[in-house]
Design a protein around this ligand. Sequence first.
Ligand SMILES: *Cc1c(COP(=O)(O)O)cnc(C)c1O
Length: 383
Amino acid sequence: MSDNLTEELSAFLKQVEQRTERHSGYPYNLSYDYSCLLDFFKFSLNNLGDPFVESNYGVNSRKFEQEVISFFAKLYKIAEDDSWGYVTSCGTEGNLYGIFMGREVYPDGILYSSEDSHYSVAKAARLFRIKHLTTRSQSNGEMEYEHFEELISENRNYPAIINLNIGTTMKGAIDNLDVVLDILERNNIKDYYIHCDAALSGAMLPFLQDAPQVNFNKPIGSVSVSGHKFIGSPLPCGVLLTRKAFLEKIETSIEYIGSKDTTILGSRNGHSPLILWYAIKTRGNEGLAEEAAFCIQNAQYLFQRLTLMNYPCLLNDFSNTVVFQKPSELLVKKWQLATQKNWAHMVVMQNIDKQKIDTFIDELGFEIGLSEGVNNGLRLIAS
Ligand SMILES: *Cc1c(COP(=O)(O)O)cnc(C)c1O
């Protein structure tokens, strides 16, 4: 490699390291070490086609993908025989899949989702030309159930395809599955398909004590979880899980690949399943549970510190997404905070410890003219 290229790459590496150090606005776990998988980057792992149907292309990681799916099937309480899923290229692909599945099951169904849903839900409606009705949200980001019932009862002659948020993007709010099921029953809607968008919280809630449990013991159709969020991965990825019975609606055999065309994309990156497999095997349920508890506790710590400063903020139960009034552009940029209108949030992931939170609070305190004593929230309140 020429000196120029080496220099350019090493400068870029430094920049990436620095930006990683301070990043806190998006729900990405940035602390992991997959360097023992480096040798596999010399190979073109491609799981094209169905993860459970061997393809003619032999350089794949299907075995590992199957184990990842089986891990999530256990977590989401569905028998392996009844479940099907695959490692997607991100949470969005899982949402597209779930909503597509809903439409294949109920071609004249109407898609319902709250206004706090991820933008990929509206995109799915556009891509698949599904009529889409949006409900208002409560101030904590949860669906406004009265409005949902109003829309459902006005359209009770149509099947319902529902996108349920299991942790909204901006506020980490969880839509209540039981309330939604009650509303469907009250309105005598028997044809419904519920897709759960659990991008971040989907890999946390199953490990948190007393948290609402959304799983296949209840009549849900599919779940989408991002792999690069709570679990963490250098390559964006995700997991989509659904019921095998629904799969028959869409599968077709393709001779050219020797597999089944059950996935949205054709070629599928075979490194992500390997990464997720390694993460699950090395951290296990216990490790993931500890990490989830760590994130929730640190989020509560950040929330307390903001509250003690009388700084407008919000934190939902079982969430690690701390929402607060948008600070200066300088802080937004420095900490790479995600913003929406007057609000910003910090998602307290494994790589955000109390020390980083303290530094952020110091900087915020300084900014709002409370430089003196910001390290002691009680003194602030007293003054
Ligand atoms: C991040 C997110 C998504 C999209 O996930 P990607 O992996 O970024 O495609 C979908 N829904 C919610 C609630 C999210 O927070």
